[in-house]
Design a protein around this ligand. Sequence first.
Ligand code: MN
Length: 355
Amino acid sequence: MKKIEKVLKVLEEQKLDGIFLNKQANVNYISGFNDEASFVLISPKGYFFITDGRFFEEAQNICKGFEIVNWQKIGDNVIKALEKICKDLNIKRLGFEGKWISYSMYENMKEALGNTELVATENIIEDLRYIKDEEEIEILREASRITDKAFEEILNHIKAGLTERQVVAKLEYIIRMNGGDGVGFDTILVSGKKTSLPHGKPDDKVIEEGDFVTLDFGVLYKGYTSDMTRTVVVGKPTDKQVEIYNIVKEAQQAALDTVKDGISSKVPDDAVRQIVKDYIEYYYPGIGHGIGRDLHEPPFIGKSGGYTIKKNCVITIEPGLYIPDWGGVRIEDSILVTEDGYERLTKSTKDLICL
Ligand SMILES: [Mn+2]
């Protein structure tokens, strides 16, 4: 209940009688639930987990300390359940997640909760999620371990003649077979010239001898996702492939070397720029992000700055060079920030692998 105590403290500071959460990652973070279509209301007078009949039994088993509400038993929609709780608890000032609620839901809430003042809040749960606790770190360690294992195994299946789609299917099978709950996000697997597309989609393109193959994938595990990218070569690399690969590898290490508790999120990007300076036009300036219940969550690492990287943040460092009509390289690790450095969670080799 430590997380909820922190929320209650914020409610007190902001003079709120309760807060309604609708952002799924925030709902799940607070409740321990790992599925969808659910909401949470927290007030000093009680904690409510609001869902529908599909998830009711599961929520009862998982969300300890919460009163589980099946809104279908109360009315036609979630708002009706919210209305009832606010009335029962005599909530006068209700916070909601200003960033995440839809305009129509807000309108419906305003209409139904006539006697309750609605107050837009920002980042109350996100601020708690910024620093990971021991349990979260263990989950992300395990997700990363499965990621490394899956990478090791998929290398046996990346071959000239197979399509990108076939290799992705195999990778996702391997992830499940190694204990992953699935993929954390749509796998990026691109080959040949397509590796110049930072977020290209795998399709029926056939992998050819001499192709770079970039794999960017994550393992979903207990509601959290890992994130790792490696670029490999099928066959013998050209001098230019080796040159570009080594620059990115050096740049990623330079960025990693800057990481420690208390630095600005701009600092790793500055380090990358020093190394890639001759190819700066091919550099994409967002080089990392927090991971957790969302694939991309604060702190965001890159040129725009604005965040402080802190001890027990779990972030990615993933610089790349993307040369149109030629190809590209990205190398990404998930790391745990420590007092004076970092611990790599994804540990796969970064030497250029030639298959
Ligand atoms: Mn990433």
